[in-house]
Design a protein around this ligand. Sequence first.
Ligand code: HEM
Length: 360
Amino acid sequence: MDDSASVPELTYGSYLQLDDLLSLQRDGKDISNDELHFIIVHQTFELWFKQIIHQLKEVRDELGASEVPEKAIPSCVHGMRRVTEIFGLMAHQWSVLETLTPQGFLAFRDELGTASGFESYQMRELEIVLGLTNSMRGSNFDPIEQFRKIVSGDPGQQHALDKLIEASSKPSLLEVVMSWVKRTPIMGSRVDDPDDAITVEDYVQAHLEAFNKHSHDQQDFMMKTTDMKQEMVESRFDAARSQARDFLLPGGDVDRARAGLLFIESYRELPLLTWPRALVDAVVELEESMVKWRHSHARMVERIIGRRVGTGGSSGVDYLDATAAYRVFTDLWGVRTVLVRPGLRPKIGNPEFYGFTVGS
Ligand code: HEM
């Protein structure tokens, strides 16, 4: 008997399960071109969310391993860069949706009832995997509670709730990134070296001195060259100096992860810091691309529905603008505020450790 006759040959269509995929757009129902486009754009985003979550979980697991092999870092950076590209692509995709006119949307909007992107469980899972906490949202919103309610009305959504609970039971990308940067060798000292605490404290104090000098120089220059009120300039720079101290010495003690970030950002040219720097850059680019995506969603919404209440019941554009202010990787952003110009950096200790001598 010829077996090959019973096994259909793999084709483009069967590999991609195209028939299934293309049967999910309510064909046969009487939907307008506008609505078909609305559905396809949403579905495309959800497919990309799926890829992003898959990719970020891989990065989280690789970086969160108790021993992170050197070769894992390039692969994490590569994975995050892919996610950044996807967000970039999605941010541009709003322009396709903007071909929907306000009136065109109103023609079918009421049929959506209270359905809204607000209920996208993949979006919530993505946020949890990244490490966005309820307090970072600055509101009482709790996605797990949201989905418990959804499941009570629609038990078919239990799988979504399970995914969110599972994601929140694991360390987030934020947590694994911060525990990784915490292990950065600082001034040639490794985290488990006996004098590490002293070396790191000395480094942070020396940096703060440099920061204060830099800040006083800038303050003096501004006072001389502008007609801004002197007290205002002084209080602004005073606040910046005390914020820098609070950032690097929260509660008076060194935060080694922040010190590690400071070191990576300050001595970017050291060959040994090439991958740490690339990783930090990849995380910042990823978050920036997500923020831009959120921002462009809000602009698209403003253009199509103005300041109406959303179908999910939120304030609409104002709510979406507030989500664009979320920051998950706050310390990676915060460290930028406390850098000093290269000539003021503390002299690098143990330069041979990093394979380079800095002429500072
Ligand atoms: C005409 C098109 C669209 C309009 C007018 C619109 C409007 C809104 C509004 C007003 C909200 C706030 C929640 C609410 O009250 O409903 C929202 C949330 C959301 N929308 Fe859209 N949206 C549109 C298209 C899309 C598309 C194509 C996606 C892609 C998946 C999407 C994803 C989301 C997500 C994920 C949220 C939750 C944001 C968060 O809570 O962080 N939206 N949308």
